[in-house]
Structures are given as C-alpha cells and as structure tokens.
Write a protein that binds this ligand. Sequence first.
Ligand SMILES: [Zn+2]
Length: 81
Amino acid sequence: MKLERIIPAHKLTIKIKQYKENFSTMTPRWRELRPDMKMECYWCKNNFKDGEQISIAIPEKHKNILLCKDCIKLVKDSENI
Ligand SMILES: [Zn+2]
C-alpha cells in the first residue's frame, strides 16, 4: 500500500555577481589544504577529478561556490540572455 504523487518541479535560480573561470586545478594538494570543503561541483554535484579545471563563482546571496567547466559554461552563456 502506498500514496504516491509527483511533486511539481520548481526552478532554482542562483544569481551570480562575478566568476573566475579556471580559477584553479584540482590536485591532491588542493584537497589536502581544504579538508572541510566538498570537492564537488556545487551545481551538478560531480566530484572534481585530479587535473580538472575548477571555476569559482560569487553568488549574490551565498558564499563562493566551486563549479565544473560545464556549469561555469552555463553561467557564461546566461550572460548573453
Ligand atoms: Zn558542474
């Protein structure tokens, strides 16, 4: 027995004030220096691999977030809309 329904999707928007593309490269050292930080893209949740370019974005209301190259591309593309 169960009750089941689909929850309507909602749109989540984070406004970005500024960003820096390819701000750093993921390395074992990078992880070591930031033990409390999640080593994943804030938006798509993919884990950063060693050698991967990391971009940083400064949202209006959140702390700085780390983004993978696909997600920083979404930020950049949205500049022209
Ligand atoms: Zn991502």
